[in-house]
Design a protein around this ligand. Sequence first.
Ligand SMILES: [Cu+2]
Length: 156
Amino acid sequence: MEMIHRYERFFLGSTLVILAIGLVAVISSFFVNDLELPSPVETIDPAELASTPPFDNPGVFQVGENEYDAVITAQSWAFVPGVIQVPAGSKVNFKIGSVDVVHGLIVHGTNVNLTIIPGQVAEATATFDEPGEFLFVCSEYCGILHHNMAGRVIVN
Ligand SMILES: [Cu+2]
């Protein structure tokens, strides 16, 4: 006599197959799509961030024909600079560090979604093909004025 009902065995088996497919998808995506876990690009002493290049001079810097580095410091409760202006068609490399607590950076209309951990430099790249304004906000609750922590990418 069977100890496990055949339906139960069927669902147990299906669950294992689905889990295995998911695991294969996740693992293979690391190699096929070159996905990475969010990890520190480099580490930096948060107390020294404001006096360490490039964060001692935050701003937007042209590094190629259509390429810009946006060096940003995050602090309670502002991004410096709060406005990033680039021409349409620009590739923007966001490079951001926090001087105090954990912040986040989400740039609307792009895939940029970073957690900014004090002591770690976070980087992401986005291309802005169309002129317009793109709001960016802090995505980690960082204190009483968290809701004011925002800025804009202005694409001309
Ligand atoms: Cu914040």
